[in-house]
Design a protein around this ligand. Structure first.
Ligand SMILES: NC(=O)c1ccc[n+]([C@@H]2O[C@H](COP(=O)([O-])OP(=O)(O)OC[C@H]3O[C@@H](n4cnc5c(N)ncnc54)[C@H](O)[C@@H]3O)[C@@H](O)[C@H]2O)c1
Length: 396
């Protein structure tokens, strides 16, 4: 059985969340890494007995088949294109990149190289989303008419790098968080998005980027999704999913306000350092927590089909039919995010046709760009037109 030798680009928080699935996968060998920071490089070498590099060129010259890119958003495009050019398969964190033009260039690089470009993890991969998408696609409930998704979190008040609060560099909740919610909606509806009409909110001048949005997204065939998000740390919509956190762990509602309090006690100059303390190779950053008991999720999600509503939760799916209501339990996860690594490995080895490939990723980023553009102009925006405009600009 052939294993994929993977090199890691960026040993931060995102890598830590994906690491359990990478480490346990029978067809993955964690073979090398690249990061600018010395301490995670040293820990990586100790933990995996593998070489770590101080440059991308060094990593790409190593004996690896693929890379997993988990660096800040604005680096994804350049690093993915370099890796594809060096003949590596690429798994790139969400968001795929921070403009449609970058995503189009990445997808073209994948096609030129004949290598897989996959975008993930995102909550579109979560097992309840996948199961609900399969049930809906089987046609038993009739067509999807409407989707309601809401997530209220403390995203804006967790310790952040400066670029995470700079809209020009993909900061705020749209590229980081709407990318998840849009993936979930697209996966469930199963059709292309025809328009986005949205208003994004920038409500706190001390955290000057978009921290909230309300968006309506139309789909081919007439379905419509209503997507609401706030990262302003007031209401917590985990209340609507049995007090289970996004990462599938039980949450104590009595911790209300903790994120804001912790941030208030930080000197602004030390905020980036506080963020990095949650990353791989730093004090207190554990890689050996027991696996979460529940599936990951992205807040409240309800899909209304012609003959039933389906409500997703970290434990399963509740079906609301005409006269009966039924709960379909989904077995607890063996490991978080394993679905992503399965799709990447099997896609790279040519065993499956992946769903979340570069073409999928371009469309999700186009929806994020359309959300912001709609908010700026007050009009409805067609994400497909943004992709076509980009392709035309590239070809002239
Ligand atoms: N899918 C998810 O649930 C999820 C969760 C967290 C992060 N992410 C994604 O992962 C990416 C990184 O975010 P994060 O929260 O892990 O950030 P982070 O700051 O914790 O980690 C980024 C890492 O990249 C390294 N780095 C920075 N510049 C670099 C460069 N030029 N070359 C090589 N390494 C460099 C940093 O030293 C750090 O180790 C983002 O795109 C984010 O959206 C996704």
């Amino acid at each position: 059985m052939k294993a994929l030798r993977i090199g890691i680009v960026g040993l931060g928080r995102g890598f830590m969340l994906t690491l359990p699935a990478l480490r346990a996968h029978p067809r993955v060998e964690i073979a090398a890494a690249f990061d600018l920071r010395a301490s995670p490089r040293a820990q990586f070498t100790r933990e995996f007995g593998a070489k770590s590099y101080e440059s991308l060129e060094g990593l790409l010259a190593a004996d690896i088949d693929a890379v997993y890119i988990a660096t800040p958003h604005e680096l994804h495009a350049t690093q993915a294109i370099a890796a594809l050019g060096a003949g590596k398969h690429v798994l790139v964190e969400k968001p795929m990149a921070i403009s449609v033009a970058e995503c189009v260039a990445m997808e073209a690089a994948a096609r030129r190289a004949g290598k897989l470009l996959l975008v993930g993890p995102s909550h579109g991969f979560d097992a309840p989303v996948r199961r609900a998408a399969e049930l809906i696609a089987s046609g038993g409930f009739g067509a999807v008419r409407q989707l309601t998704a809401m997530n209220f979190t403390d995203f804006m008040y967790r310790p952040r790098r400066p670029e995470e609060l700079d809209s020009a560099r993909g900061g705020g909740v749209v590229y980081s968080q709407a990318a998840h919610q849009i993936d979930v909606a697209r996966r469930l509806v199963g059709r292309d998005v025809t328009f986005v009409r949205a208003v994004a909110g920038n409500w706190d001048s001390s955290r000057p980027s978009e921290g909230a949005y309300a968006a309506m997204m139309g789909f081919e065939g007439g379905a419509v999704a209503s997507l609401t998000y706030s990262g302003y740390a007031h209401y917590d919509s985990d209340e609507l999913v049995n007090w289970i956190s996004e990462l599938g762990r039980e949450k104590d509602p009595e911790q209300y306000g903790d994120t804001r309090r912790a941030l208030r006690n930080l000197e602004p100059a030390t905020e980036s350092a506080a963020k990095i303390r949650r990353a791989y190779g730093e004090d207190g950053a554990s890689t050996s927590e027991p696996p979460a008991p529940y599936h990951e999720h992205f807040g409240f999600v309800l899909v209304s089909c012609e003959r039933a509503d389906l409500k997703l939760s970290p434990q399963g799916i509740t079906l609301y039919g005409d006269e009966h209501r039924e709960f379909l339990a989904i077995d607890p996860p063996s490991l978080p995010r394993v679905e992503v690594i399965d799709e990447f490995v099997e896609g790279a080895l040519g065993l499956v046709q992946p769903i979340h490939d570069g073409r999928w990723g371009v469309k999700t980023v186009a929806c994020c760009a359309a959300l912001l553009e709609s908010s700026r102009t007050g009009s409805e925006i067609a994400p497909t037109a943004m992709i076509i405009d980009t392709l035309e600009a590239v070809s002239v």
